[in-house]
Design a protein around this ligand. Structure first.
Ligand SMILES: Cc1cc2nc3c(=O)[nH]c(=O)nc-3n(C[C@H](O)[C@H](O)[C@H](O)COP(=O)(O)OP(=O)(O)OC[C@H]3O[C@@H](n4cnc5c(N)ncnc54)[C@H](O)[C@@H]3O)c2cc1C
Length: 393
């Protein structure tokens, strides 16, 4: 016998759960089919939870609009989650420090300025005042002669609006919130077949049962393309492994998220310091840590925070980001399937884009005009060309 629902969501990561939450709040019956016993335990659990700032009033490009729309919703959504579930998702506006090469420093701050994002450039002295443990470039205030960079090599910027979420806490809050608004999260149910008739999905198969719905939303992260191929679609969504190293200090060593290129250090309030991450598309769906990459993350961490050399590492892990051709997600209706939708391919930004994605997918599936134009993200688009992004994490 088939189980029926208004909306069937395939994949219970942060994107599926957030979409489910908003759809249930709109009055739909919603089922989330999750292949594992632990929803949210893939990329959404593994990420660093960096939340960049954004100013929806001033952004111009489609990708900036999506980021700014989503991140501006996160503070109030975090509060709603806490009130509803009693769970703190760890959202803190802790501020961030971006360290740029001269070329990056010429371009990226001007993007922030255009968007009206608050920032200030720091010299060695002011950086030392804000984060004394961060090894500053050589300069009159530099306390360490072994600094690996010269004053001219890097420029340093502080962003007071940058924040962070603690992924496992956020996932716990999302699961509880979904349950409280009536979402049925069905664990250990990998969807194996998507059966369509003409331009309609008729049902999906999971655990030897059929599941039918008015509308189907595919949010299976790095695994999404495998499912869509069942209905004749191929989207360039692929896994990009990222490894993480977690230090634990007795005291808090620093308070700002520190970003240098594609790597970063994220300090938690309780003394944990998360160091990430690698980009390894070549390993496919293989999870795990390698000695060489863990060493490279440690070297990176020690260069910028030498005090970490005497701080124990308590854990290493990896996650599979849902990569896409241009690094931006696919959001919208499948071109030739009237009742099939996708929200996947968020790559490095799925946490920060999750609230916006959930709101937008709710609007789309409910037949409303989405708060921002989703056509640039439609599944049959060409890659979006962006010269330099305002934020890389
Ligand atoms: C190391 C690392 C650091 C990151 N740092 C950040 C960051 O600082 N900020 C940020 O915004 N983002 C960050 N990200 C990116 C972010 O984590 C991802 O973009 C986001 O989690 C993607 O969410 P998702 O729900 O699409 O995918 P996932 O969390 O992977 O969820 C997909 C779900 O679908 C399920 N599934 C798959 N196939 C099936 C099937 N056939 N049937 C049923 N269920 C299925 C999976 O089991 C999984 O639970 C990071 C990612 C990594 C790996």
């Amino acid at each position: 016998m088939a189980t029926n629902t208004d909306i069937l969501i395939v994949g219970g990561g942060v994107i599926g759960l957030t979409s489910a939450y908003f759809l249930a709040r709109s009055g739909c019956s919603v089922i989330v089919l999750e292949q594992s016993a632990d929803p949210g335990r893939q990329a959404s659990w593994a990420g660093a939870g960096i939340i960049p700032p954004g100013n929806p009033e001033r952004v111009t490009s489609a990708t900036e609009k999506l980021r700014a729309f989503s991140v501006s919703e996160i503070p109030s959504f975090s509060e709603t989650l806490r009130e509803l579930t009693g769970i703190d998702n760890g959202y803190r506006r802790c501020g961030g420090i971006e360290i740029f090469t001269p070329e990056e420093a010429e371009i990226i701050p001007s993007i922030w300025r255009r968007e009206g994002i608050a920032f200030e450039e720091l010299n060695a002295c002011s950086l030392g005042d804000i984060e004394p443990e961060l090894m500053v470039p050589n300069g009159s205030c530099n306390r360490r002669s072994e600094s690996p960079v010269s004053e001219q090599s890097f420029r340093t910027f502080r962003l007071p609006g940058m924040g962070q979420i603690r992924n496992p806490w956020h996932i716990r809050a999302m699961i509880r919130a979904c349950e409280l608004v009536g979402v049925r999260i069905i664990r250990n149910h990998p969807v194996t077949d998507v059966v369509s008739d003409g331009d309609q999905i008729e049902h999906v198969r999971a655990a030897d049962r059929s599941w039918t719905a008015e509308k189907y939303l595919f949010t299976a992260g790095a695994w999404t393309n495998r499912l869509l191929q069942e209905v004749g679609h191929s989207l360039p969504i692929f896994p990009v492994r990222g490894q993480m190293v977690l230090f634990k200090s007795d005291t808090r060593l620093f308070s700002s998220v520190v970003i240098i290129g594609k790597r970063y250090l994220v300090p938690r309030e309780d003394g944990h310091v998360l160091v990430g991450s690698t980009e390894e598309p070549e390993v496919g769906f293989e999870l795990g840590n390698t000695e060489s990459e863990v060493e490279s993350l440690k070297t990176f961490a020690f260069e910028w925070f030498p005090t970490l050399q005497s701080t124990p590492i308590v854990k290493c892990w990896s996650g599979l980001r849902p990569g896409s051709q241009d690094g931006f997600p696919y959001l919208g209706q499948l071109p030739t399937v009237r009742n099939g939708y996708v929200a996947a391919g968020h790559f490095r930004a799925g946490l920060q884009l999750s609230v916006g994605t959930g709101i937008l997918m709710n609007e789309l599936l409910m037949g409303h005009i989405p708060s921002i134009d989703l056509s640039p993200f439609r599944p049959d688009r060409s890659p979006i060309a962006v010269q330099m992004m305002a934020f890389r994490s």
